[in-house]
Design a protein around this ligand. Structure first.
Ligand code: NAD
Length: 475
């Protein structure tokens, strides 16, 4: 049985208790991860606090260290990708892409031009960006490494130190990343602990936590927000979504089908900003359903380690059963599986990509976040009504509009209550420089870009003359 220790204070900590890790393609327990005890968590926070006293002082050293992180991740791409595929199920190609994306986030933040000191008022007011302290970083199971880098890279560059906890479903790649980071970072700058949700709860209220950066479900995010309130701890929440696409009547179904499909089904739909419901004009409904079904039917669903596989299994039993139950209830309510709708084999969490027609508000698959390979198509007559339905949700992560007239696309984009709107695309990510965040219950705050780094700092305002140094006057 594979077991990877936690990294605390730069050391391997095997832990006395364990959680089992299941391969979603075989349903076999293939690994064990430690379950951090309260004492181990205290040690992780203590070591992060100690490391922060030096780490915050030298930005050039931090830039060099972040480049070192990117390098060590890239050198170990194959091993990390294997671990990801064994715990999440995605194809090896997608896992390798995730490792490379993770490295790219560290490179971006290593190189980012940051004004640590700014003149607020030339008459004598300086703003100084200071780190907050120890960041509690908590991640979900769909992109364990990439989403960790959204927190680690900006937090570290800003001079914070981190205690990171991955999902109990997917601890292994993150544990290994912790060991690799310990090779290139000073002791205690990043500590990786594993365990169940209880470990996450303890992190959010730990007395040494200066900021919580959380990615996960709305339900857990609301609990985190309530927990941090007692200490008034700053928090960033990246939560779930139920992204709508509105297809306009001048769209060409054949031309938009691939973009719509992969906006919905990349990573088997287990993407926070995946397209989760489409509003289609009645005039285009049959053609678009046929085009999407054609794309779905052509794909190979199989083990992520097989080179011919397009989509692997869903990531875990909990998600597999939830998606199956959403499918069954939609079918029972009159929806039709135009493609898919069936499990593949009787072992492993495999489900064919499913296009659901005759879908409408009131069905859970339309109203809730399915986070799986199901895409409901909702017909509409009046575009204002489609916009109303798109906004009629507590979610507000992303949305997209599809059609040929730019002015019309922008007009509708302006009416959508979401953090991101794509035009003729969905869930595209141009890289770490682009801010990302949700409205309503999809989140609080923003990750990525300079604004993401700023969220790991507090600006101290200093009244008085600018600093006179050997290099000259600086603000
Ligand atoms: P989850 O909320 O169950 O768990 C996420 C993490 O939080 C895990 O590490 C878990 O152990 C921990 N946790 C759970 N309850 C906690 C609590 N009360 N206090 C502290 N920590 C707690 O989410 P999941 O099932 O792992 O991930 C899927 C969800 O994540 C989906 O809703 C998806 O949309 C969302 N997500 C959002 C983004 C985004 O950027 N907005 C990105 C990816 C995933």
């Amino acid at each position: 049985m594979k077991r990877i220790p936690m990294t605390i204070a730069g050391r391997d900590v095997p832990g006395s208790e364990a959680i089992e890790v299941v391969d979603p393609a075989t349903e076999q327990v293939w690994a064990e991860a430690p379950a951090a005890t309260a004492a181990e968590l205290d040690e992780a926070f203590g070591s992060a606090a100690d490391a922060g006293r030096t780490w915050r002082l030298d930005d050039a050293a931090r830039q060099k260290a972040l480049h070192g992180v990117a390098d060590v991740l890239l050198r170990n791409t194959d091993e990390l990708a294997q671990l990801l595929t064994s715990e999440v199920g995605k194809t090896l190609a997608d896992s390798a892409m995730e490792v490379k994306t993770t490295a790219a986030w560290f490179t971006y933040y290593a190189d980012l031009d940051v004004a640590w000191r700014e003149v607020i008022d030339p008459a004598g007011v300086t703003g100084i960006r200071e780190p907050l302290g120890v960041v509690a970083a908590i991640t979900p199971w769909n992109f364990p490494l990439a989403l960790a880098s959204w927190k680690l890279a900006p937090a570290l560059r800003a001079g914070n130190t981190v205690v990171l906890k991955p999902s109990p479903y997917t601890p292994m790649a993150t544990l290994r990343m912790g060991q690799l980071l310990a090779e290139v970072l000073p002791q205690g700058v990043v500590n990786v602990v594993t365990g169940g949700d209880d470990v996450g709860v303890a992190m959010t209220t730990h007395p040494l936590t200066a900021k919580v950066s959380f990615t996960g479900s709305v339900q857990a995010g609301r609990s985190v927000n309530a927990a941090v309130a007692s200490n008034l701890t700053p928090v960033t929440l990246e939560l779930g979504g139920n992204d709508p696409a509105i297809v306009l009547d001048d769209a060409d179904p054949a031309a938009v089908a691939q973009g719509l499909f992969w906006g919905a089904f990349y990573n088997n739909g287990q993407v926070c900003g995946a397209l989760k419901r489409i509003y289609v004009p009645e005039s285009l409904y049959p053609q678009l359903a046929e085009q999407l079904a054609g794309v779905a039917d052509a794909l190979v669903v199989g083990n992520g380690t097989d080179p011919g596989t397009h989509l692997g299994p869903l990531a875990n039993r909990m998600q597999f059963e939830r998606v199956q139950s959403l499918l069954e209830s939609a079918l029972a309510d009159g929806a039709q599986a135009r493609a898919g709708g069936v499990r593949v084999g009787d072992r492993g969490f495999f489900l064919r990509p499913t296009i659901l027609t005759e879908a409408h508000a009131g069905q859970a698959v339309v109203d809730e976040e399915q986070f799986g390979p199901l895409l409901p198509l909702v017909p509409y007559r009046d575009v204002d009504d489609a916009v109303r339905q798109a906004n009629d949700t507590t979610f507000g992560l992303g949305a997209s509009v599809w059609g040929g007239d730019s002015a019309r696309l922008h007009d509708i984009a302006g009416q959508l209550d979401t953090g991101t709107v794509w035009l003729n695309a969905h869930a595209a990510n141009n890289g770490p420089h682009v801010p990302f965040g949700g409205r309503k219950w999809s989140g609080l705050g923003v990750e990525n870009g300079l604004v993401g780094l700023h969220s790991f700092t507090q600006q101290k305002i200093v009244y008085g003359p600018a600093l006179d140094t050997a290099e000259g006057i600086v603000p």
